[in-house]
Design a binder for this molecule. Structure first.
Ligand code: PRP
Length: 211
């Protein structure tokens, strides 16, 4: 498995805004949306298929290269917090479908349970999917989501995970079960506490995004 933490000053900036416990909810939501946009931009590099052609510019014929509209691109935000991280996806992805997936983690057992599933029964052939969840903590949630994508016909090469903060327990589980996966993270933090929170992390990304 490959974990990319793009060395970009804007990514460091937005992570710092998110870490600050004084950042109010609407600013947090905007910051996490910006972070998601930058990470999706990085993850798109050499992954999204293009089509070449020729068009007329006002000054004459020009060769052009567009994202191929025949190849399906999808975003799967894991509710709730994934909605905020994916909020600006449409400004980097020219065309995409959004399939919502609601997963909540039990506060005591830390086990995930699915409460909303808008995934298709089978993803269209050649789909490319951005799986978006800000926090990879114990890893239960992201593994449950990956299992659901795999059951619906996707290979790991068709998925990129986008997250704000990743922690070692989640990364080791993903690496064990999905070794070919690519994960794009704003930062990797050292640990997860006994309540399942990433330390130092951002706090509860869902509550901080939506109040
Ligand atoms: C948080 C977070 C992840 C999950 C990570 O969601 O946004 O989805 O926990 O934990 P894990 O790696 O230990 O499974 P939460 O269940 O708090 O839901 P929310 O986004 O609705 O707040």
């Amino acid at each position: 498995m490959l974990v990319f933490v793009p060395p970009h000053p804007l990514i460091k900036h937005w992570i710092s805004v998110l870490r600050n416990d004084q950042t109010p909810c609407p600013i947090f939501r905007n910051a996490i949306g910006e972070l998601g946009r930058l990470l999706m931009y990085e993850a798109s590099r050499e992954w999204l298929p293009t089509v070449v052609g020729e068009i007329m510019s006002p000054m004459g014929a020009a060769s052009v290269e567009f994202i191929d509209p025949r190849e399906p691109i999808a975003v799967v935000p894991i509710l709730r917090a994934g909605l905020a991280l994916a909020e600006h996806a449409s400004t980097v992805l020219p065309a995409n479908k959004i399939y919502h997936l609601g997963i909540s983690r039990d506060e005591k057992t830390l086990l995930p349970s699915v409460y909303l599933n808008k995934l298709p029964d089978e993803f269209p052939k050649n789909s490319r999917v951005f799986l978006v969840d800000p926090m990879l903590a114990t890893g239960g949630t992201i593994i449950a989501a990956m299992d659901m994508l795999k059951e619906r016909g996707l290979s790991v090469q068709q998925i990129k995970v986008i997250c704000a903060v990743a922690a070692p327990p989640a990364l080791s589980k993903l690496n064990e079960k999905y070794p070919g996966l690519h994960v794009y993270a704003g930062i990797i933090d050292p640990e997860v506490n006994e309540k399942g929170f990433i330390i130092p992390g951002l706090g509860d990304a869902g509550d901080r995004s939506f109040g």
